[in-house]
Design a protein around this ligand. Structure first.
Ligand code: RTP
Ligand code: MG
Length: 157
């Protein structure tokens, strides 16, 4: 397994509650077809407190309350995704947050296809490697985006 010798970048991806309920298999199929390895996954209903912490950088935005309510309304699938250039590639695959823009600018993106509106927009992805490391630690406790060979071993399991 090449991941052992060339550890890959990780990002933290989330399939949000509405999309998980309605489009789980199709989104996971696209994840696999794009060449991402799912190295960790956790399906859980976020508590309001966890959702607030997860999106803390948005706490002063007008949509923060709605966002926390939406994210804690049902199960999310949280995943650590590994691939070369994972952070940027997953962001590109998601498309813009607003599906109206996504349909214009990235018609093949996940949000163009699966987002209901700018709030209920199907998926989340870290915006930088630093954020990815922090969120992966927050969700899974012990692995980082810029990991060493330890994760390569786990990948093979
Ligand atoms: P990006 O930064 O590329 O725009 O994408 P993002 O997914 O990180 O979206 P961001 O603007 O950072 O906002 C985070 C999440 O908050 C919800 N949102 N709701 N009601 C609204 O106007 C609104 N705007 C954003 C979305 O769930 C978004 O993904
Ligand atoms: Mg953002």
């Amino acid at each position: 397994e090449l991941g052992f010798f060339f550890p890959r970048e990780h990002t933290l991806a989330v399939i949000k509650p509405d999309a998980l309920e309605e489009h789980r298999e199709e989104i996971l199929r696209r994840v696999r077809e794009a060449g991402f390895a799912v190295t960790r996954a956790k399906e859980t209903v976020l508590s309001r407190e966890m959702a607030e912490e997860f999106y803390r950088e948005h706490r002063d935005k007008p949509f923060f309350g709605q966002l926390v309510e939406f994210m804690s309304r049902g199960p999310c699938l949280l995943m650590a995704l590994a691939k070369e250039n994972a952070v940027e590639e997953w962001r590109a695959m998601m498309g813009p947050a607003d599906p109206a823009r996504a349909k214009e600018e990235a018609p093949d993106s996940l949000r163009a296809r699966f987002a209901a509106d700018v709030l209920r927009n199907a998926v989340h992805g870290s915006s930088s490697r630093e954020h990815a490391s922090a969120k992966i630690r927050f969700v899974f406790g012990d692995i980082q985006s810029d990991q060493g060979p330890e994760l390569g071993r786990e990948d093979r399991a």
